[in-house]
Design a protein around this ligand. Structure first.
Ligand code: NAD
Length: 366
């Protein structure tokens, strides 16, 4: 495996912080990828990694993805992410408070939030030690579940893709398959149902799928069959890597637009496979940015209408990316990456970006 500097130079990270607290046994790694556009914001994942190398790989890959997500969303934020190497059974308030002190020591270069295995109450414990924690409960000025804002953004991205394919953004009469009917998936089902689309759904949690089927008249299929449903749009809203060597050849949908992070098992190769098959892929980090938009609004003083208005812009951003992909022959994934890279480069050269809003750091420090 490549050395740390080799890896961070290749991926462009600014800083990687290893945190250790002997009293609680905390072992955490904070990855700050790029702070050109603003403080690095991204969740903390708690996972029983089988090796330190695996944890490092995860934090580097995830923090880099956050730079692209924030830049495409036009937010004044950089990309960061953190991992805590621990068994989820070992969670404790002391552990999170120790972690919070490390986050605080970075003075706002990194702002954290929830990710896998971290709950709102865990984040509240972090918040006791630092202002640089979001996704907290109402007691600390939190905004609650970001799922509905994320679903609304995915819905906007989906409509943009449908428009690019059919000339109209209406979902009426379309068939849409939703993989994973959790917080985001269920709300997405509601939005597309209200617009007159019919639904096919799957969830490993059978009662969740059944509930959605009952509410929106959806057809339930097995989790390992949902990707090959005869539909117009496939929306992965469960876990990552759902677009891979096995599933891509079996896809029937002409559009993929969903919430799950890291849908492509291999970024470049699978983006190309989809393009060659004539499937329009909406890059996940572009259309699932509603959660990040929500957290950003929490920092600057929460306003639900403003958060929804910003999430609505995902329609325009997606349209821009799809158009560029059509004009240049680049995959949609590469076109999105180019947009993010251009925005970061513009920020680096000191140009003011019209999409950028109020600095979150100024708010937190005031
Ligand atoms: P969730 O845990 O509420 O829902 C995920 C659902 O997927 C669960 O019901 C689970 O049972 C189901 N599932 C798991 N494996 C499955 C499989 N193989 N087949 C079918 N169903 C399966 O999570 P969520 O908050 O709805 O997030 C969904 C995805 O979107 C995740 O990948 C998440 O990282 C991503 N995302 C979420 C947000 C947000 O605001 N919640 C923001 C950005 C990205």
């Amino acid at each position: 495996m490549a050395g740390m500097f080799e890896q961070i130079c290749e991926m462009g990270h600014e800083q990687v912080v290893h945190c250790h607290d002997s009293e609680t046994g905390l072992r955490a790694i904070i990855g700050i990828h790029d702070t050109t556009l603003g403080p690095a914001l991204g969740g903390t994942r708690l996972w029983a990694y089988s090796s330190e190398e695996e944890a490092v790989r995860d934090v580097l890959r995830l923090s880099r993805g956050m730079t692209f997500k924030a830049a495409c969303a036009g937010l004044p934020l950089g990309g960061g992410k953190a991992v805590i190497i621990a068994d989820p059974q070992m969670k404790s308030e002391k552990l999170f408070r120790a972690y919070g002190r490390f986050v605080n020591s970075l003075g706002g270069r990194y702002i954290t939030a929830e990710d896998v295995n971290i709950s709102v109450s865990d984040m509240d414990a972090v918040r006791k030690e630092t202002r640089y924690a979001t996704g907290v409960s109402a007691e600390y000025g939190g905004s609650g579940n970001p799922g509905p804002v994320t679903a609304f953004g995915v819905y906007q991205g989906m409509k943009a893709a449908v428009q690019s394919h059919t000339g109209t953004d209406s979902l009426k009469g379309l068939k849409i398959a939703v993989q994973g009917t959790g917080s985001v998936g269920e709300r997405l089902c509601q939005l597309v149902h209200e617009e007159g689309a019919s639904l096919v759904v799957a969830d490993v949690n059978e009662s969740r799928a059944a509930q959605v089927a009952q509410r929106f008249g959806a057809l339930v299929v097995a989790p390992d069959e949902i990707h090959r449903a005869e539909v117009d749009v496939f929306a992965p809203c469960a876990l990552g890597a759902s677009l891979n060597d096995k599933t891509i050849p079996e896809l029937k949908a002409k559009i993929v637009a969903g919430a799950a992070n890291n849908q492509l098992a291999e970024e470049d190769r699978h983006a190309k496979m989809l393009a060659e098959k004539g499937v329009l892929y909406c890059p996940d980090y572009v259309i699932n940015a509603g959660g990040l938009i929500n957290v950003y609004n929490e920092i600057i003083g929460y306003d639900r209408d403003r958060a929804m208005a910003q999430a609505k812009k995902i329609f325009t951003t997606t349209s821009q990316i799809l158009k560029k992909s059509l004009e240049t022959g680049l995959t949609t994934q590469q076109a999105a990456m180019d947009l993010a890279t251009e925005r970061v480069a513009a920020g680096r050269s000191g140009r003011v970006l019209s999409t950028l809003d109020k600095s979150p750091l100024a708010t937190l420090k005031s």
